[in-house]
Design a protein around this ligand. Structure first.
Ligand code: HEM
Ligand SMILES: [Cu+2]
Length: 573
């Protein structure tokens, strides 16, 4: 297999020398894993702007109900539902997944395992093309008559199945088709990641020499592929219910609406770990590099994440404690859910253990990585109440749930992504980002993030329900002091948004004018830092690196340098 990759990339290489590649074939139809990684990265970031804009609109509406929102207008209840639904869908399927798995997986895997490209470069290209198509279908669904789907990202029938309930006869099926296409794209990509890591590693790289972020992307891909089948089947059945008049989920026709919930959450819970694991991998790489310490408990982390993956298939019904599942089953699902905190805790402890006694450098990527641990911890701990059926009966569908999962997803998708961008930017583009503005961006993101979501825990604990467009329509729910908290949360969001401007300016200006980066600016050990910054087509030139040791040999006693690259032969000091 390694030979296949070498051979294919070799042919492309040859082409390069033969004639000048057009912009079109180089950037739009490339099979180079790095270009495909960038395509995923930039598409994901663009979708992030849309998903973020939606959250701005509906949060403004929650703070100032009925008023005209700048850059949008008055938010009708139908528009509110559509905005919330598509915000959630976009953030999970079109931001977290493409950036954390596809962009990082594509860019990093061949570089970090020391080969010249993915094993199946054309499947890789196809994967991005299907993904782009899925994004286009989703965006198009906002502009059809009656607008985009508004039945929540979980799409429970009968609301999602019947257009007289959801009011979006075109938006709903388009949403389903878009999600299904997106899944196809990631199945194609996942096969590629797993095969490449198993077959194309550099000479000498044993399984325990694989950098943790690569392991995490592989485990995430396996989890995704193993969990998504039932959802695809369910999506096709739901599409038939919507368009052909079948009744798979319709009790009147002998169907069962709760069946969808099982199919959805059998995928939906593992999906959380599909995006969590790569983010954890990113954080681990950064923490080791910037504390100059060997990773604490490599095998423990690896086996914990595999255990976490397996356990994640047995917890799905914790989303259905009030859907009429047998109360005896709730004991089982409460137990499995609480068990899952063990591997997660082990991984977080291992990260803290790595930091212990290290010589820590507070660079921008390191600050983001450290804040991941702190913020994700809040998400994890609050999950214990939601995983326990007794407390969840009260908290279900309130803003407490919403705050809980944003304390997991924002660290994953926002903080994890920024950590990765600041860390690998020099490798990706051959230039450094500005550290000063990076730090401003860091504080301006992490502080207001807590300002948005901490108040929502309070609202949720007080019984305020999520997915409600106008509280004024429910006098029992509406109280003035709650409104203050909502305004505070929205104000924090505005601050957070404003502090993203320095990031985008820094990103673009650094692309063209940033300080030039050497091959290994952070003095790290993994193989991507052996290749030039940015790596050329084929990555390592004619000599692929050989591996002599694990990825985290920092501060080894008796050595002059405090790092020991994986490819450096024993004799070198
Ligand atoms: C900092 C930016 C963000 C803000 C201010 C924000 C805010 C919100 C709010 C207020 C809601 C619920 C509205 C309601 O129930 O009426 C919501 C829903 C949701 N958000 Fe976010 N969010 C942000 C980022 C993210 C990220 C990064 C993700 C995932 C990677 C995410 C995933 C979701 C999901 C899945 C829902 C549920 C949608 C539904 O109920 O169908 N959000 N968000
Ligand atoms: Cu879950």
């Amino acid at each position: 297999m390694a030979d296949t990759a070498t051979a294919t990339a070799g042919v492309d290489h040859h082409d390069d020398h033969g004639h000048h590649e057009s912009f079109w074939s180089k950037y739009c139809f490339s099979t180079d894993h790095k270009i495909i990684g960038f395509q995923y990265l930039f598409t994901g970031m663009a979708m992030g702007l849309i998903g973020g804009f939606f959250s701005y609109v509906f949060r403004m509406h929650l703070a100032f109900p009925g008023s005209s929102i700048p850059f949008f207008g008055v938010v009708s209840p139908a528009a509110y539902n559509s905005l919330v639904t598509n915000h959630g869908t976009i953030m999970i399927f079109w931001v977290a997944m493409p950036v954390l798995i596809a962009a990082l997986g594509n860019f990093l895997i061949p570089l970090m395992i020391g080969c010249d490209d993915m094993v199946f470069p054309k499947i890789n290209r196809l994967s991005y093309q299907v993904f782009l198509l899925s994004a286009i279908v989703l965006i198009a669904s906002f502009f059809v008559p009656q607008g985009g789907f508004g039945g929540a990202w979980t799409a429970y029938p009968p609301l999602s199945a019947e257009s007289q309930y959801n009011g979006t006869p075109f938006g709903a099926p388009m949403w389903l088709i878009a999600v299904t296409l997106e899944i196809v794209a990631f199945l194609l990509g996942g096969i590629n990641f797993i095969t490449t890591v198993m077959n194309a590693r550099a000479k000498g790289m044993k399984l325990y020499d694989i950098p943790m972020v690569v392991w995490m992307i592989v485990i995430a891909s396996i989890l995704f592929m193993a969990s998504v089948g039932p959802l695809v089947a369910g999506a096709v059945m739901l599409l038939f219910d919507q368009t052909l008049g079948t009744g798979f989920f319709d009790p009147a026709a002998g169907g069962d609406p709760v069946m969808w919930q099982h199919l959805f959450w059998f995928f939906g819970h593992p999906e959380v770990y599909v995006v969590l694991l790569p983010a954890m991998g990113v954080v681990i790489e950064i923490i080791c590099t910037f504390s100059r310490k060997k990773l604490f408990g490599y095998k423990m982390i690896l086996y914990s994440s595999i255990g976490l993956g397996i356990l994640s298939f047995f917890v799905w019904a914790h989303h259905q404690f009030i859907s009429g599942v047998d109360p005896r089953a709730t004991y089982l699902f409460t137990t499995t859910t609480l068990l899952i905190s063990i591997p997660v805790a082990i991984m977080l402890f291992a990260m803290i253990g790595t930091l212990w006694g290290g010589s820590i450098r507070f660079t921008t990527p390191m600050l983001f990585a450290l804040s991941f641990i702190a913020e994700f911890l809040i998400g994890g701990v609050t999950g214990i109440w939601l995983g326990s059926s007794g407390t969840d009966i009260y908290l279900h569908d309130t803003y407490f749930v919403l705050a809980h999962f944003h304390y997991t997803f924002v660290p994953i998708a926002i903080i994890g992504t920024f950590s990765a961008i600041y860390y690998w930017f020099p490798k990706m583009f051959g230039r450094h980002m500005n550290e000063f503005w990076g730090k401003i961006h860091f504080w301006g993101t992490v502080i207001p993030f807590n300002g948005i979501f901490l108040p929502l825990f309070v609202l949720g604990a007080a019984g305020q329900h999520r997915r409600i467009a106008g509280y004024t329509a429910y006098p029992d729910l509406y109280t003035e002091n709650f409104q203050d908290l909502r305004v505070f949360a929205t104000g924090s969001l505005i601050v957070l948004i404003l502090f993203q401007i320095p990031f985008f300016v820094n990103f673009v200006v650094s692309l063209v004018r940033g300080r030039k980066a050497e091959a290994n600016p952070w003095k790290a050990n993994t193989l991507e830092w052996v290749a030039p910054s940015p790596p050329p087509h084929g990555n390592f030139g004619d000599n692929l690196p050989e591996v002599y040791r694990g990825p985290y040999e920092f501060s080894v006693e008796g050595r002059e340098k405090d790092y020991w690259p994986q490819n450096e032969p024993e004799t070198a000091k």
